[in-house]
Design a protein around this ligand. Structure first.
Ligand code: S3P
Length: 429
């Protein structure tokens, strides 16, 4: 699908961001592991969360969806079904990595496959610790999917220090640990999103400045009765758009503001953005707030390596904000972006350059030369089938000197199917 994005004079209105994909996928997987019934309200219609539901069905969970509430009757830890065919994780790294931990822990033989993008993403990072625990996993060459998880002996507990700041890797090892008699521990020197430990109620202690999270068979897996908050990572597109487009004001009710997800809000505020998070409440264990953004002049900034994990999915659109700052901004320590649904450092550099923004690419980041109030050049952008690149290119195009085109724009549906409709609601031309 090719989308034409017309320049906007201003963005105004209230939109409800889609339900959080990271939380929804976990809710589905954890509900399968629970032997009771879970009721999850505001379950998203986006593709990745739907993939999670299809996968747990294949493994024996019962899923009923009345359009508002998804009801899942789990199999419990020990009664998952051996799938008769490959389990298709679609575009979702979270589903593949978390499910690999569950299946290896449970000793369920299965083959995990994914789409073209997921089939290029590194899985060695999860195979190594699972193999240390005693799992037998066969991958394609170079540690790429498909992953064949062989029937194995019960896994041994490990103490595993994360070599990369990845919540998916942390979750994979902790989920495998749920099947062991003794505790598996994951040592996390730099905090990443904490939904797995929060939703499962896993014990977390601080040791020498690191989080140490434990899991074992003794952990009772709670039913996942929750209302999923709005996805902060989706809201971030509008936080940037509302900041850079003059005379804008956007309100987003009930958006998740878990501190392990919202570093980009602090980075934007440091740049001068006018963002208010008010009427704070909780949906389940997750903090949520009404967000309001108004346009504001932006200053350049430096994003430091330690800020990257809690802003990881928002970096492409933060790069768009930097193109409109009054000076030169720099991101370092972000090489993980090369291993997302696309090489996001390369992809966003190409998008910005096509629009006439000066960018220098580095191994682990970018330097972006901003100009406040500029109009960018209209261009034809390719999403590379990456949802966040499609949406970041669209936000940039709102500041174009003429209409721009986004190729493979349907990718937005992986996390935010309503994105294009929300853009039309907010944009005044
Ligand atoms: C996610 C973790 C992050 C993030 C991804 C979702 C999760 O990936 O980029 O979109 O749900 O745990 P990594 O753990 O690989 O950094």
């Amino acid at each position: 699908m090719i989308k034409t994005v017309e320049p906007a004079l201003r963005l105004k209105g209230t939109i409800t961001p889609p339900a959080d994909k990271s939380i929804a996928q976990r809710a589905a997987l954890f509900a399968m592991l629970c032997d009771r019934t879970s009721q999850i309200t505001n379950y998203p219609v986006a593709e990745d969360p739907r993939t999670a539901l299809a996968c747990i069905r294949q493994l024996g969970a019962k899923v009923a969806d009345d359009g508002v509430t998804v009801t899942i009757t789990g199999t419990g830890r020990d009664n998952m079904a051996v799938p008769t065919g490959p389990v298709d994780c679609g575009n979702s790294g979270t589903v593949m990595r978390l499910l690999a931990g569950i299946l290896a822990g449970a000793g369920i033989p299965a083959t995990l496959i994914g789409d073209a993008s997921l089939s290029r993403r590194p899985m060695k990072r999860i195979i190594d610790p699972l193999a240390r625990m005693g799992a037998e996993i066969v991958s394609a060459e170079g540690g790429l999917p498909p992953l064949e998880i062989r029937h194995g002996n019960p896994l041994q507990p490990v103490r595993f220090r994360l070599p990369v700041a990845s919540a998916q890797l942390k979750s994979c090892v902790l989920l495998a640990g749920l099947f062991g008699e003794d505790a598996t521990q994951v040592v996390e020197p730099v905090s990443t999103r904490n939904h797995t430990e929060t939703m499962l109620g896993l014990p977390v202690v601080r040791e020498d400045g690191a989080n140490v999270i434990s899991s074992s068979r003794r952990q009772v897996i709670p039913a996942q009765n929750l209302q999923i908050p709005g996805d902060f990572s989706a809201a971030a597109f509008w936080l940037v758009a509302g900041s850079i487009i003059p005379d804008s004001e956007i309100v987003m009710p009930s958006t998740g503001v878990n501190p392990t997800r919202t570093a980009s809000m602090h980075i934007l505020r440091r740049m001068g953005a006018d963002i208010v998070d008010e009427a704070k409440d909780r949906t389940g264990n997750e903090p949520a707030a009404h967000l309001r953004v108004r346009s504001a002049p932006l200053k350049p900034t430096r994003i430091r390596p330690e800020e990257i994990p809690n802003a990881i999915d928002e970096l492409p659109v933060l790069c768009v904000a930097m193109a409109f700052a009054d000076g030169v901004s720099r991101i370092t320590g972000a090489e993980e972006l090369r291993f997302k649904e696309s090489d996001r450092l390369e992809a966003i550099q190409q998008v910005l350059e096509a629009a006439g923004v000066r960018v220098e690419g580095h191994r682990d980041g970018l330097t972006i030369y901003g100009e406040p109030g500029r109009k960018v050049r209209a261009a034809r952008h390719d999403s590379r089938h990456d949802h966040r690149i499609a949406m970041a290119a669209a936000i940039l195009s709102l500041m174009g000197d003429a209409p721009s085109q986004i190729d493979n724009a349907e990718a937005a549906s992986v996390s935010y199917p309503e994105f294009w409709a929300h853009l039309d609601t907010l944009a005044h031309r």
